[in-house]
Design a protein around this ligand. Structure first.
Ligand code: GUN
Length: 299
């Protein structure tokens, strides 16, 4: 069987070309889509994610404005930046890169975002609206995965999808989106997590396995059936003395061992990652369009 490699860079390029056209139109109506970025602390992985997101903005013509705070920034300093972005007419989307150095503040920071600028789709209003099937900003990683499947000709309609991981950012919203009665969903969904007994019993039954666990090589070849579709959301650093930086990035899936069995598989890096960034651009453009049409996005 030849395995289809789900190349997130190629699919992203397609979507980004479409976005560029929308941005040109917005600009001709006097609106430059703008993203406000808040990075707290100096975690190297967060720094590199933010740089990649800002570069992607620049490539498609979205203006971005970054505010960086030290890792010991106070609650008030962080919330002040969110308020500034909320009130700034030039900013249509806000990205607060997570995790924050003080994780206990995260929910309050998310709650403070204007839901109409919450292009990460993390605010309870957006999550609640999404769960009800109403218009909302959809979290970028789950939304990117659904686009990746659809644009690769892999239908979720009637498929048994096993989602491994129940994070608020990926697993939980993804399972909700997949179960909805629309063209990107309509799947039968099983959600597995750290409390699941005998994970392999479920993954072997799956038409599509989506691994969002955060631990290298968790899904092995024995755990899946022939012809499975694999989406690997994990980004894990493993030491590698031969690599320039002393580490390499791998997913949650044993890619080389599973590839010969799979109908399709997404690589790490170059799979889901570029799609996540692309959906951030997509949501920012949507927000700018909402601003143009009414100034109110979620009605
Ligand atoms: N940290 C890891 N993934 C994400 C994401 O999609 N958005 C934000 N804001 N932070 C993240």
């Amino acid at each position: 069987m030849t395995t289809q490699i789900l190349d997130g860079k190629i699919i992203s390029k397609e979507v980004r070309e479409e976005l560029k056209k929308d941005i040109i139109e917005l600009k001709s109506s006097g609106i430059i889509p703008g993203l406000g970025v808040l990075l707290v602390g100096d975690d190297p992985a967060s720094r590199s994610y933010v740089t990649a997101k800002e570069k992607a903005c620049e490539d498609v013509g979205i203006y971005s404005s970054e505010i960086r705070l030290p890792s010991n920034a106070s609650r008030d300093e962080i919330l002040d930046v969110v308020h500034q972005f909320n009130g700034n007419e030039k900013i249509h989307g806000i990205l607060v890169q997570l995790p924050l150095p003080d994780g206990t503040m995260e929910q309050e920071v998310i709650d403070t975002l204007s839901p109409e600028k919450d292009v990460d789709g993390f605010h309870p209003i957006n999550i609640g609206r999404m769960a009800l099937g109403l218009s909302a900003f959809l979290s970028c990683t789950p939304h990117g995965i659904l686009h990746m499947l659809k644009r690769s000709g892999l239908s979720t309609n009637g498929a048994h999808v096993v989602v491994v991981g129940r994070s608020h950012i990926v697993g939980r919203p993804l399972a909700t989106m997949l179960s909805q009665k629309n063209e990107l969903g309509n799947a039968t969904v099983t959600m597995c997590h750290t409390g699941t007994k005998n994970l392999a019993r479920f993954t072997r039954e799956a038409d599509i396995v989506i691994a969002a666990i955060g631990r290298a090589n968790t899904i092995t070849a024995e755990m899946v059936s022939d012809g499975v579709v694999i989406i690997d959301v994990g980004v894990n650093r493993v030491e590698d003395a031969t690599a320039k930086r002393g580490y390499r990035l791998v997913g949650d899936v044993d890619f080389e061992a599973i590839k010969p069995k799979a109908k399709a598989i997404s690589p790490v890096p170059g799979g889901v990652g570029p799609m996540t960034i692309t959906m951030l651009l997509y949501n920012t453009v949507e927000s700018a369009k909402n601003h143009l049409s009414s100034g109110r996005s979620l009605e």
